[in-house]
Design a protein around this ligand. Structure first.
Ligand code: ADP
Ligand code: MG
Length: 231
């Protein structure tokens, strides 16, 4: 083995959807993409809407299956993991979406939602999960009292803090941030970016930061890759 092994290694990956969103068959959303990201790095992936950024993120997380190529995480190809290795993989890499509210269950308190992430992975007891939920809410600077709130009671910035808390409660090594500040006001954007920087430093996280805004990415990321029509 030579030098430093990337934590994320995407090698000539393509994704062809059977049917595109406009009904065309064999739509190539990602076309022969390669990129590698080092541990602790913040890698920016920029491109206009529809260029294949989110599909690339989903390929890296194995939320969609590749058509060709290979993705290695920590040196291991992710395409034919055993069931238990896949469970470990699913904890190691987490995602924050543009619109966290859309993926929060409106009938659960924030604390219940966060505790459920741990329950889903068979971690802890009911009381330790609730403690962990309150603790992570402190760490994203919302405060543990927010555990008792419901999603509709939160502002945009507050719900994105919950989105970040939900990603971090499983203590991942890698966080994919898919347009994490694109829906927020500029002043709130800066607060969330500061929070993400602090959490990255504290936890040694590796970030794949996706955005259509080159300025945000230039400011936030160590390196930047550009996507255009899938490539
Ligand atoms: P971005 O995140 O850069 O906006 P996406 O990866 O979401 O781009 O989409 C890239 C292209 O693939 C778009 O043309 C989109 O319509 C298409 N696409 C994305 N997901 C699917 C899907 N599940 N089925 C068919 N086409 C898709
Ligand atoms: Mg997208």
């Amino acid at each position: 083995m030579t030098g430093v092994q990337p934590i994320i290694d995407v090698r000539h990956v393509s994704k062809v959807y059977d049917r595109g969103r406009r009904g065309e068959s064999g739509f190539r959303a990602v076309d022969n993409v390669s990129l590698s990201i080092l541990k602790g790095e913040s890698y920016g992936l920029v491109g206009e809407s529809g260029s294949g950024k989110s599909t690339t993120a989903r390929l890296i997380m194995r939320l969609v299956e590749k058509t060709s190529g290979e993705v290695l995480i920590d040196g291991t190809p992710i395409h034919d993991l055993s069931a238990s290795a896949l469970r470990d993989f699913r904890r190691k890499i987490q995602i924050v979406f543009q619109d966290p509210l859309a993926s929060l269950n409106p009938r659960l308190t924030i604390g219940e939602t966060l505790a459920d992430c741990l329950r889903f992975h068979g971690l802890g007891t009911a009381s330790s999960r609730l403690r962990a939920a309150r603790d992570i809410l402190d760490q994203v600077a919302l405060g543990s009292a927010y555990a008792a709130r419901y999603p509709h009671e939160l502002s945009g910035g507050q719900s994105q803090r919950v989105g970040i808390a939900r990603a971090l409660i499983l203590e991942p090594k890698i966080v994919v941030l898919d347009e994490p500040v694109s829906a927020l006001d500029v002043s709130v954007q800066a607060q969330i970016l500061n929070l993400l920087s602090r959490l990255q430093a504290e936890r040694g996280l590796t970030y794949l930061f996706i955005s259509h805004d080159l300025n945000v990415v230039r400011h936030f990321c160590d390196r930047v890759g550009i996507m255009q029509r899938g490539a």
